[in-house]
Design a binder for this molecule. Structure first.
Ligand code: GDP
Length: 475
Protein backbone atom coordinates (compact mmCIF):
# COMPACT_ATOMS: atom_id res chain seq x y z
CA UNK A 1 0.00 0.00 0.00
CA UNK A 2 2.86 2.31 0.91
CA UNK A 3 4.35 1.77 -2.52
CA UNK A 4 1.10 2.58 -4.25
CA UNK A 5 0.71 5.70 -2.13
CA UNK A 6 4.27 6.71 -3.01
CA UNK A 7 3.76 6.21 -6.69
CA UNK A 8 0.45 8.09 -6.54
CA UNK A 9 2.19 10.89 -4.72
CA UNK A 10 4.90 10.88 -7.34
CA UNK A 11 2.32 11.05 -10.07
CA UNK A 12 0.55 13.94 -8.39
CA UNK A 13 3.87 15.71 -8.04
CA UNK A 14 4.82 15.31 -11.70
CA UNK A 15 1.36 16.43 -12.71
CA UNK A 16 1.72 19.54 -10.56
CA UNK A 17 5.17 20.21 -11.96
CA UNK A 18 3.82 19.84 -15.44
CA UNK A 19 0.93 22.13 -14.66
CA UNK A 20 3.46 24.58 -13.20
CA UNK A 21 5.51 24.46 -16.38
CA UNK A 22 2.34 24.81 -18.35
CA UNK A 23 1.47 28.04 -16.61
CA UNK A 24 4.95 29.48 -16.93
CA UNK A 25 4.56 31.77 -19.90
CA UNK A 26 6.99 31.67 -22.77
CA UNK A 27 7.70 34.31 -25.36
CA UNK A 28 9.16 33.31 -28.69
CA UNK A 29 11.35 35.97 -30.22
CA UNK A 30 12.51 35.53 -33.81
CA UNK A 31 15.81 37.12 -34.77
CA UNK A 32 16.43 37.44 -38.46
CA UNK A 33 18.32 39.53 -41.00
CA UNK A 34 20.43 38.84 -44.04
CA UNK A 35 23.73 37.09 -43.62
CA UNK A 36 26.24 39.39 -41.94
CA UNK A 37 23.53 41.68 -40.51
CA UNK A 38 24.60 40.75 -36.98
CA UNK A 39 22.18 38.05 -35.72
CA UNK A 40 24.75 35.83 -34.00
CA UNK A 41 26.41 38.76 -32.28
CA UNK A 42 23.02 40.20 -31.27
CA UNK A 43 21.74 36.98 -29.71
CA UNK A 44 25.02 36.20 -27.96
CA UNK A 45 25.21 39.75 -26.55
CA UNK A 46 21.56 39.70 -25.51
CA UNK A 47 21.96 36.37 -23.72
CA UNK A 48 25.25 37.40 -22.10
CA UNK A 49 23.73 40.69 -20.87
CA UNK A 50 20.81 38.86 -19.30
CA UNK A 51 22.84 36.00 -17.84
CA UNK A 52 25.63 38.23 -16.49
CA UNK A 53 23.11 40.94 -15.57
CA UNK A 54 25.26 43.78 -16.80
CA UNK A 55 24.78 47.14 -18.53
CA UNK A 56 21.01 46.89 -18.67
CA UNK A 57 20.00 50.29 -17.30
CA UNK A 58 17.53 50.75 -20.17
CA UNK A 59 15.77 47.44 -19.44
CA UNK A 60 13.14 48.32 -16.82
CA UNK A 61 12.87 44.95 -15.00
CA UNK A 62 16.64 44.96 -14.40
CA UNK A 63 16.86 48.69 -13.60
CA UNK A 64 14.04 48.28 -11.07
CA UNK A 65 15.72 45.27 -9.46
CA UNK A 66 12.85 42.93 -10.34
CA UNK A 67 14.90 40.11 -11.88
CA UNK A 68 15.52 37.46 -9.25
CA UNK A 69 17.55 35.12 -11.44
CA UNK A 70 18.36 34.45 -15.06
CA UNK A 71 19.56 31.15 -16.49
CA UNK A 72 19.65 29.06 -19.62
CA UNK A 73 16.59 26.84 -19.70
CA UNK A 74 16.31 23.42 -21.27
CA UNK A 75 15.48 23.39 -24.92
CA UNK A 76 11.69 23.44 -25.53
CA UNK A 77 11.85 21.94 -29.05
CA UNK A 78 13.98 18.78 -29.13
CA UNK A 79 14.05 18.78 -32.93
CA UNK A 80 15.49 22.26 -33.28
CA UNK A 81 19.28 22.75 -33.02
CA UNK A 82 20.37 24.79 -30.03
CA UNK A 83 21.97 28.19 -30.62
CA UNK A 84 25.66 27.64 -29.84
CA UNK A 85 25.74 30.32 -27.15
CA UNK A 86 28.76 29.00 -25.24
CA UNK A 87 30.85 28.59 -28.39
CA UNK A 88 30.01 32.10 -29.57
CA UNK A 89 30.68 33.58 -26.13
CA UNK A 90 34.00 31.78 -26.01
CA UNK A 91 35.02 33.44 -29.30
CA UNK A 92 33.96 36.87 -28.05
CA UNK A 93 35.82 36.49 -24.76
CA UNK A 94 38.95 34.78 -26.12
CA UNK A 95 42.33 36.53 -25.91
CA UNK A 96 42.31 38.25 -28.31
CA UNK A 97 38.52 38.29 -28.80
CA UNK A 98 37.11 37.08 -32.13
CA UNK A 99 33.71 37.58 -33.76
CA UNK A 100 31.68 34.36 -33.61
CA UNK A 101 30.74 32.23 -36.59
CA UNK A 102 27.66 33.56 -38.40
CA UNK A 103 24.19 32.08 -38.65
CA UNK A 104 23.81 29.42 -41.37
CA UNK A 105 20.54 27.83 -40.36
CA UNK A 106 17.77 27.88 -37.77
CA UNK A 107 18.55 27.44 -34.06
CA UNK A 108 17.06 28.27 -30.69
CA UNK A 109 18.03 29.32 -27.17
CA UNK A 110 15.85 29.45 -24.04
CA UNK A 111 16.60 31.99 -21.33
CA UNK A 112 14.47 31.65 -18.21
CA UNK A 113 13.93 34.73 -16.11
CA UNK A 114 12.55 34.54 -12.57
CA UNK A 115 11.14 37.92 -11.70
CA UNK A 116 8.91 39.93 -9.40
CA UNK A 117 6.08 41.93 -10.89
CA UNK A 118 6.22 45.71 -10.83
CA UNK A 119 4.28 47.88 -8.35
CA UNK A 120 2.72 46.81 -5.05
CA UNK A 121 2.32 43.22 -6.20
CA UNK A 122 6.11 43.04 -6.37
CA UNK A 123 6.56 42.28 -2.69
CA UNK A 124 4.10 39.39 -2.64
CA UNK A 125 4.92 35.78 -3.42
CA UNK A 126 7.87 34.18 -5.17
CA UNK A 127 7.31 35.96 -8.46
CA UNK A 128 6.90 34.46 -11.87
CA UNK A 129 9.01 32.88 -14.57
CA UNK A 130 9.19 34.01 -18.15
CA UNK A 131 10.85 31.70 -20.66
CA UNK A 132 12.30 33.72 -23.50
CA UNK A 133 12.82 31.49 -26.53
CA UNK A 134 15.06 33.12 -29.07
CA UNK A 135 14.82 31.66 -32.57
CA UNK A 136 17.62 32.58 -34.96
CA UNK A 137 17.02 32.12 -38.69
CA UNK A 138 18.48 33.52 -41.91
CA UNK A 139 16.61 36.46 -43.43
CA UNK A 140 17.39 34.89 -46.80
CA UNK A 141 14.74 32.29 -46.03
CA UNK A 142 12.01 34.89 -45.46
CA UNK A 143 12.45 36.20 -48.97
CA UNK A 144 11.00 32.86 -50.13
CA UNK A 145 7.49 33.44 -48.75
CA UNK A 146 6.24 35.17 -51.96
CA UNK A 147 7.35 32.11 -53.95
CA UNK A 148 4.45 30.21 -52.40
CA UNK A 149 2.06 32.49 -54.23
CA UNK A 150 3.50 32.12 -57.73
CA UNK A 151 4.14 29.28 -60.17
CA UNK A 152 7.37 28.38 -61.91
CA UNK A 153 6.74 30.33 -65.10
CA UNK A 154 5.82 33.55 -63.28
CA UNK A 155 8.90 33.19 -61.05
CA UNK A 156 11.20 32.41 -63.97
CA UNK A 157 9.97 35.42 -65.92
CA UNK A 158 10.57 37.76 -62.96
CA UNK A 159 13.96 36.20 -62.17
CA UNK A 160 15.12 36.56 -65.77
CA UNK A 161 13.96 40.18 -65.92
CA UNK A 162 15.82 40.91 -62.65
CA UNK A 163 19.01 39.29 -64.01
CA UNK A 164 18.89 41.62 -67.01
CA UNK A 165 18.24 44.77 -64.91
CA UNK A 166 21.00 47.40 -64.72
CA UNK A 167 21.73 46.57 -61.07
CA UNK A 168 22.42 42.91 -61.83
CA UNK A 169 23.41 42.60 -65.48
CA UNK A 170 27.13 42.60 -64.78
CA UNK A 171 26.83 39.85 -62.15
CA UNK A 172 24.57 37.78 -64.39
CA UNK A 173 26.89 37.55 -67.41
CA UNK A 174 28.09 33.99 -66.68
CA UNK A 175 24.66 32.67 -65.86
CA UNK A 176 22.99 34.30 -68.88
CA UNK A 177 25.67 32.77 -71.10
CA UNK A 178 24.95 29.32 -69.67
CA UNK A 179 21.25 29.97 -70.20
CA UNK A 180 21.75 31.01 -73.83
CA UNK A 181 23.30 27.65 -74.63
CA UNK A 182 20.56 25.66 -72.85
CA UNK A 183 17.44 24.42 -74.60
CA UNK A 184 14.44 24.37 -72.22
CA UNK A 185 12.52 22.11 -74.63
CA UNK A 186 15.31 19.51 -74.79
CA UNK A 187 15.01 16.21 -72.96
CA UNK A 188 15.98 16.56 -69.29
CA UNK A 189 19.59 15.56 -68.73
CA UNK A 190 20.84 15.84 -65.13
CA UNK A 191 24.32 17.30 -65.83
CA UNK A 192 22.67 20.12 -67.81
CA UNK A 193 20.27 20.84 -64.93
CA UNK A 194 23.16 20.83 -62.45
CA UNK A 195 25.25 23.17 -64.58
CA UNK A 196 22.39 25.64 -64.92
CA UNK A 197 21.61 25.51 -61.21
CA UNK A 198 25.29 26.05 -60.40
CA UNK A 199 25.54 29.04 -62.76
CA UNK A 200 22.35 30.50 -61.28
CA UNK A 201 23.64 30.05 -57.70
CA UNK A 202 26.91 31.64 -58.68
CA UNK A 203 25.04 34.66 -60.06
CA UNK A 204 23.10 35.05 -56.79
CA UNK A 205 26.32 34.77 -54.78
CA UNK A 206 27.98 37.44 -56.95
CA UNK A 207 25.03 39.77 -56.36
CA UNK A 208 25.35 39.16 -52.64
CA UNK A 209 29.06 39.96 -52.65
CA UNK A 210 28.23 43.22 -54.41
CA UNK A 211 25.94 44.07 -51.50
CA UNK A 212 22.61 43.23 -53.17
CA UNK A 213 19.97 41.86 -50.86
CA UNK A 214 16.69 40.80 -52.46
CA UNK A 215 17.78 37.41 -53.75
CA UNK A 216 15.46 34.39 -53.93
CA UNK A 217 15.41 31.42 -53.60
CA UNK A 218 17.03 31.94 -50.23
CA UNK A 219 18.47 28.44 -49.87
CA UNK A 220 20.65 28.98 -52.91
CA UNK A 221 22.64 31.36 -50.74
CA UNK A 222 22.21 29.58 -47.42
CA UNK A 223 21.22 25.96 -48.07
CA UNK A 224 21.24 24.88 -44.40
CA UNK A 225 21.52 21.10 -44.61
CA UNK A 226 20.06 20.91 -48.13
CA UNK A 227 23.15 21.63 -50.23
CA UNK A 228 23.19 19.52 -53.39
CA UNK A 229 19.68 18.08 -52.97
CA UNK A 230 17.38 17.93 -56.03
CA UNK A 231 15.01 20.46 -54.46
CA UNK A 232 17.88 22.95 -54.81
CA UNK A 233 18.99 21.91 -58.29
CA UNK A 234 16.88 24.16 -60.46
CA UNK A 235 17.08 27.50 -62.26
CA UNK A 236 14.68 29.82 -64.06
CA UNK A 237 14.14 28.97 -67.75
CA UNK A 238 11.94 30.68 -70.32
CA UNK A 239 8.85 28.64 -71.19
CA UNK A 240 9.27 26.59 -74.39
CA UNK A 241 6.59 26.88 -77.06
CA UNK A 242 5.66 23.22 -77.02
CA UNK A 243 5.63 21.95 -73.40
CA UNK A 244 6.62 18.31 -72.95
CA UNK A 245 6.56 16.34 -69.71
CA UNK A 246 10.13 15.08 -70.05
CA UNK A 247 11.77 18.36 -71.00
CA UNK A 248 14.39 20.22 -68.96
CA UNK A 249 11.82 22.97 -68.42
CA UNK A 250 9.25 20.53 -67.03
CA UNK A 251 11.84 19.02 -64.68
CA UNK A 252 12.85 22.49 -63.44
CA UNK A 253 9.21 23.29 -62.82
CA UNK A 254 8.76 20.08 -60.78
CA UNK A 255 11.81 20.95 -58.69
CA UNK A 256 10.62 24.48 -58.10
CA UNK A 257 7.33 23.06 -56.83
CA UNK A 258 9.26 20.57 -54.66
CA UNK A 259 11.35 23.41 -53.24
CA UNK A 260 8.17 25.19 -52.21
CA UNK A 261 6.65 22.03 -50.75
CA UNK A 262 9.57 20.47 -48.87
CA UNK A 263 11.66 23.54 -48.02
CA UNK A 264 9.68 26.76 -47.92
CA UNK A 265 6.34 25.59 -46.53
CA UNK A 266 7.73 23.52 -43.63
CA UNK A 267 9.97 26.38 -42.54
CA UNK A 268 7.08 28.83 -42.41
CA UNK A 269 4.78 26.33 -40.77
CA UNK A 270 7.17 24.93 -38.17
CA UNK A 271 9.20 27.98 -37.20
CA UNK A 272 7.97 31.25 -38.58
CA UNK A 273 4.30 30.72 -37.69
CA UNK A 274 5.14 30.21 -34.01
CA UNK A 275 6.97 33.48 -33.40
CA UNK A 276 5.43 36.06 -31.03
CA UNK A 277 7.80 38.95 -31.58
CA UNK A 278 10.39 39.60 -34.20
CA UNK A 279 13.70 41.41 -34.54
CA UNK A 280 14.90 42.18 -38.06
CA UNK A 281 18.53 43.28 -38.16
CA UNK A 282 19.69 45.33 -41.11
CA UNK A 283 23.18 46.47 -41.96
CA UNK A 284 22.02 49.87 -43.21
CA UNK A 285 25.49 51.43 -42.90
CA UNK A 286 27.05 48.56 -44.86
CA UNK A 287 24.48 49.01 -47.65
CA UNK A 288 25.14 52.79 -47.68
CA UNK A 289 28.82 52.03 -48.15
CA UNK A 290 28.05 49.79 -51.13
CA UNK A 291 26.25 52.65 -52.89
CA UNK A 292 22.74 53.50 -54.08
CA UNK A 293 22.03 50.20 -55.87
CA UNK A 294 22.85 48.12 -52.81
CA UNK A 295 20.85 50.49 -50.63
CA UNK A 296 17.89 50.29 -53.02
CA UNK A 297 18.15 46.54 -52.92
CA UNK A 298 18.21 46.52 -49.11
CA UNK A 299 15.03 48.61 -49.20
CA UNK A 300 13.45 46.09 -51.53
CA UNK A 301 14.42 43.18 -49.31
CA UNK A 302 13.14 45.04 -46.24
CA UNK A 303 9.82 45.49 -48.01
CA UNK A 304 9.82 41.76 -48.77
CA UNK A 305 10.68 40.95 -45.15
CA UNK A 306 7.98 43.19 -43.72
CA UNK A 307 5.50 41.77 -46.22
CA UNK A 308 5.98 38.39 -44.54
CA UNK A 309 4.48 39.88 -41.37
CA UNK A 310 1.57 41.54 -43.08
CA UNK A 311 -2.02 40.38 -43.09
CA UNK A 312 -4.48 40.02 -45.81
CA UNK A 313 -2.76 37.28 -47.78
CA UNK A 314 -4.50 34.46 -49.55
CA UNK A 315 -6.51 32.45 -47.01
CA UNK A 316 -4.36 29.34 -47.22
CA UNK A 317 -1.20 31.30 -46.45
CA UNK A 318 -2.89 32.89 -43.45
CA UNK A 319 -3.78 29.38 -42.31
CA UNK A 320 -0.24 28.17 -42.94
CA UNK A 321 1.05 30.99 -40.78
CA UNK A 322 -1.26 29.84 -38.02
CA UNK A 323 -3.24 31.64 -35.38
CA UNK A 324 -0.34 33.24 -33.55
CA UNK A 325 0.17 36.87 -34.31
CA UNK A 326 3.36 38.88 -34.06
CA UNK A 327 2.58 41.86 -31.86
CA UNK A 328 5.94 43.66 -31.88
CA UNK A 329 8.37 44.06 -34.72
CA UNK A 330 11.74 45.70 -34.15
CA UNK A 331 13.80 46.77 -37.15
CA UNK A 332 17.30 47.38 -35.87
CA UNK A 333 20.16 48.94 -37.84
CA UNK A 334 23.17 47.12 -36.42
CA UNK A 335 26.83 48.18 -35.95
CA UNK A 336 25.96 51.75 -34.89
CA UNK A 337 29.33 51.77 -33.10
CA UNK A 338 30.88 52.78 -36.42
CA UNK A 339 29.39 56.20 -35.69
CA UNK A 340 30.05 58.79 -33.00
CA UNK A 341 26.95 59.28 -30.84
CA UNK A 342 26.40 62.70 -32.38
CA UNK A 343 25.48 60.87 -35.62
CA UNK A 344 23.18 58.28 -34.00
CA UNK A 345 20.16 60.56 -34.35
CA UNK A 346 20.68 60.71 -38.11
CA UNK A 347 21.02 56.91 -38.31
CA UNK A 348 17.88 56.45 -36.24
CA UNK A 349 15.99 58.84 -38.52
CA UNK A 350 17.26 56.91 -41.51
CA UNK A 351 16.04 53.57 -40.10
CA UNK A 352 12.69 55.06 -39.16
CA UNK A 353 12.29 56.45 -42.68
CA UNK A 354 13.30 53.10 -44.18
CA UNK A 355 10.77 51.30 -42.02
CA UNK A 356 7.91 53.63 -42.83
CA UNK A 357 8.74 53.54 -46.53
CA UNK A 358 9.04 49.73 -46.57
CA UNK A 359 5.94 49.22 -44.43
CA UNK A 360 3.79 51.51 -46.55
CA UNK A 361 0.25 51.67 -45.30
CA UNK A 362 -0.11 47.94 -44.72
CA UNK A 363 -1.59 46.59 -41.52
CA UNK A 364 0.83 44.44 -39.58
CA UNK A 365 -1.64 42.18 -37.85
CA UNK A 366 -1.88 44.84 -35.18
CA UNK A 367 1.86 44.69 -34.59
CA UNK A 368 3.74 47.63 -33.21
CA UNK A 369 6.64 48.49 -35.53
CA UNK A 370 9.75 50.23 -34.23
CA UNK A 371 13.01 51.26 -35.87
CA UNK A 372 16.22 51.62 -33.83
CA UNK A 373 19.97 52.02 -34.36
CA UNK A 374 22.09 49.81 -32.07
CA UNK A 375 25.37 47.99 -31.62
CA UNK A 376 24.94 44.62 -29.96
CA UNK A 377 28.64 44.73 -29.12
CA UNK A 378 30.35 48.04 -29.14
CA UNK A 379 33.79 47.63 -30.69
CA UNK A 380 34.80 51.29 -30.59
CA UNK A 381 35.16 54.13 -28.11
CA UNK A 382 34.50 57.77 -28.85
CA UNK A 383 37.41 59.97 -29.66
CA UNK A 384 37.37 63.74 -29.81
CA UNK A 385 39.99 65.29 -32.06
CA UNK A 386 40.33 68.58 -33.81
CA UNK A 387 41.05 69.50 -37.38
CA UNK A 388 41.99 73.04 -38.37
CA UNK A 389 40.94 74.26 -34.94
CA UNK A 390 37.49 72.67 -35.22
CA UNK A 391 36.37 69.75 -33.08
CA UNK A 392 36.07 66.43 -34.90
CA UNK A 393 33.90 63.65 -33.48
CA UNK A 394 35.49 60.27 -34.15
CA UNK A 395 35.37 56.65 -33.05
CA UNK A 396 38.46 54.64 -32.24
CA UNK A 397 39.00 50.87 -32.30
CA UNK A 398 41.35 48.08 -33.33
CA UNK A 399 41.11 46.72 -36.87
CA UNK A 400 40.39 42.98 -36.91
CA UNK A 401 42.54 42.45 -40.03
CA UNK A 402 45.73 44.37 -39.23
CA UNK A 403 45.37 44.58 -35.46
CA UNK A 404 46.14 48.31 -35.67
CA UNK A 405 44.34 50.88 -33.59
CA UNK A 406 42.65 53.50 -35.76
CA UNK A 407 40.39 56.51 -35.32
CA UNK A 408 37.73 57.27 -37.92
CA UNK A 409 35.60 60.26 -38.64
CA UNK A 410 32.40 59.05 -40.21
CA UNK A 411 31.60 62.26 -42.01
CA UNK A 412 27.98 63.17 -41.65
CA UNK A 413 24.95 61.19 -42.61
CA UNK A 414 22.47 63.27 -44.58
CA UNK A 415 19.89 65.10 -42.49
CA UNK A 416 17.12 64.19 -44.88
CA UNK A 417 16.76 60.41 -45.06
CA UNK A 418 13.83 60.70 -47.48
CA UNK A 419 16.13 62.11 -50.17
CA UNK A 420 18.48 59.12 -49.76
CA UNK A 421 15.63 56.65 -50.04
CA UNK A 422 14.24 58.40 -53.11
CA UNK A 423 17.71 58.49 -54.67
CA UNK A 424 18.19 54.76 -54.06
CA UNK A 425 14.95 54.09 -55.90
CA UNK A 426 16.45 55.82 -58.95
CA UNK A 427 20.14 54.90 -58.63
CA UNK A 428 21.13 56.15 -62.08
CA UNK A 429 20.91 59.75 -60.88
CA UNK A 430 22.05 59.19 -57.31
CA UNK A 431 25.71 58.31 -57.58
CA UNK A 432 27.03 61.88 -57.50
CA UNK A 433 25.64 62.98 -54.11
CA UNK A 434 25.71 59.62 -52.42
CA UNK A 435 27.38 59.92 -48.99
CA UNK A 436 30.77 58.31 -48.63
CA UNK A 437 30.17 55.60 -46.06
CA UNK A 438 33.41 53.64 -46.54
CA UNK A 439 33.91 53.92 -42.76
CA UNK A 440 31.08 51.38 -42.32
CA UNK A 441 33.20 48.68 -43.92
CA UNK A 442 36.04 48.96 -41.44
CA UNK A 443 36.20 45.59 -39.70
CA UNK A 444 36.67 46.54 -36.08
CA UNK A 445 37.77 43.73 -33.79
CA UNK A 446 35.49 42.92 -30.87
CA UNK A 447 36.45 44.64 -27.60
CA UNK A 448 37.77 42.96 -24.49
CA UNK A 449 35.21 42.81 -21.71
CA UNK A 450 34.87 41.07 -18.40
CA UNK A 451 32.30 38.31 -17.97
CA UNK A 452 32.05 38.77 -14.20
CA UNK A 453 28.57 39.06 -12.75
CA UNK A 454 27.19 42.53 -13.31
CA UNK A 455 29.50 43.08 -16.30
CA UNK A 456 27.77 42.47 -19.62
CA UNK A 457 29.31 43.29 -22.98
CA UNK A 458 29.54 46.95 -23.99
CA UNK A 459 26.75 47.85 -26.42
CA UNK A 460 24.65 50.69 -27.77
CA UNK A 461 20.91 50.54 -26.98
CA UNK A 462 20.77 46.75 -26.71
CA UNK A 463 19.05 47.25 -23.34
CA UNK A 464 16.38 49.46 -24.92
CA UNK A 465 15.78 46.85 -27.60
CA UNK A 466 15.39 44.22 -24.88
CA UNK A 467 12.93 46.42 -23.03
CA UNK A 468 10.79 46.76 -26.15
CA UNK A 469 10.95 43.01 -26.75
CA UNK A 470 10.20 41.61 -23.30
CA UNK A 471 9.83 44.42 -20.73
CA UNK A 472 6.01 44.51 -20.80
CA UNK A 473 5.80 40.74 -20.28
CA UNK A 474 7.54 41.07 -16.93
CA UNK A 475 5.25 43.69 -15.41
P1 GDP B 1 24.84 37.02 -38.95
O1 GDP B 1 25.27 36.46 -40.26
O2 GDP B 1 23.58 37.82 -39.09
O3 GDP B 1 24.76 35.99 -37.86
O4 GDP B 1 25.96 38.10 -38.56
P2 GDP B 1 26.99 38.09 -37.34
O5 GDP B 1 26.31 38.28 -36.05
O6 GDP B 1 27.89 36.92 -37.46
O7 GDP B 1 27.79 39.44 -37.68
C1 GDP B 1 28.55 39.57 -38.86
C2 GDP B 1 29.73 40.46 -38.63
O8 GDP B 1 29.29 41.79 -38.42
C3 GDP B 1 30.53 40.12 -37.37
O9 GDP B 1 31.46 39.11 -37.62
C4 GDP B 1 31.17 41.45 -37.05
O10 GDP B 1 32.30 41.64 -37.87
C5 GDP B 1 30.11 42.45 -37.47
N1 GDP B 1 29.26 42.88 -36.33
C6 GDP B 1 28.11 42.32 -35.89
N2 GDP B 1 27.59 43.02 -34.85
C7 GDP B 1 28.43 44.06 -34.66
C8 GDP B 1 28.44 45.18 -33.74
O11 GDP B 1 27.55 45.35 -32.88
N3 GDP B 1 29.48 46.06 -33.87
C9 GDP B 1 30.47 45.91 -34.80
N4 GDP B 1 31.44 46.81 -34.86
N5 GDP B 1 30.49 44.88 -35.67
C10 GDP B 1 29.49 43.98 -35.60
Amino acid sequence: LGEIADSLLERVETATERAGAWFEPSLRIGVTGLSGAGKTVFITALAASLLHRGRLAGFAPEAEGRILSAGLGSQPDPALPRFAYERHLEALTAVPPRWPESTRSVSQLRISLRHRPAGILGGIGAGGVLHVDIVDYPGEWLVDLPLLEIDYDAWAEAALAAARSPARRAHAAGWLKALASADPAAEHHEPAAEALAAAFSDYLARCRRAGLAALAPGRFLLPGDLAGSPALTFAPLPAPEAPRKTSLHAEMRRRFEAYKRVVVKPFFQDHFARIDRQVVLIDALGALAHGPRAFGDLMESLEGTLAAFRHGRAGWIERLLGGRRIDRLLIAASKADHLHHSAHGALTRLVEAMVSEAAGRAAYRGAELRGVALAAIRATVEHEASAGGRPLAMVRGRRADTGREIAVHAGSLPDDPAALIAAAADPGTAAADWPDAAFAQIPFAPPRWSTDAGKGPPHIRLDKALDFLIGDRME
